[in-house]
Design a protein around this ligand. Structure first.
Ligand SMILES: [Zn+2]
Length: 133
């Protein structure tokens, strides 16, 4: 499973496009030597943002499975968009469209957010730039 906070504090570079899902897609394509991930499923702790969901569409993954929703994530990191993964997937023109399965192990994924937030507070790390408080 991807950890949403990886791209803020767990990676070598802080960059808005460096979301866990995009990183996973890039790494999978590199490893496979292909720009297509047909036959694969992307698993994410949190509902992919529109950018990551679009990357999933472009990479042709068969399915996207996630646990926590935007509403869950918003309690920790206010989300800059409310465009959901299923809606992005439904706009695909390719058939079959990407399958989106939500709220798989949702409570466990939200618990990851709790642990991440506790670690952030304990380490006195700054909030992501789009958080208001
Ligand atoms: Zn994203």
């Amino acid at each position: 499973m991807l950890h949403r906070a990886q791209y803020y504090w767990g990676s070598d570079c802080f960059f808005f496009f460096s979301h866990g899902e995009v990183n996973a897609i890039r790494q999978a394509c590199t490893k496979l030597g292909s720009i297509s991930l047909k036959g694969y499923t992307l698993y994410s702790t949190c509902e992919p943002c529109p950018m990551c969901m679009s990357a999933s569409v472009w990479s042709e993954v068969d399915a996207v499975v996630f646990g926590a929703t935007f509403s869950d994530a918003h309690k920790y990191w206010p989300q800059p968009s409310s465009l959901g993964a299923a809606e992005v997937g439904s706009r695909m023109v390719r058939e079959p469209q990407v399958s989106v399965r939500a709220e798989v192990l949702r409570e466990e994924c939200v618990a990851v957010f709790d642990a991440c937030e506790a670690a952030r507070v304990g380490r006195k790390l700054e909030m992501p730039p789009h958080r208001d408080d």
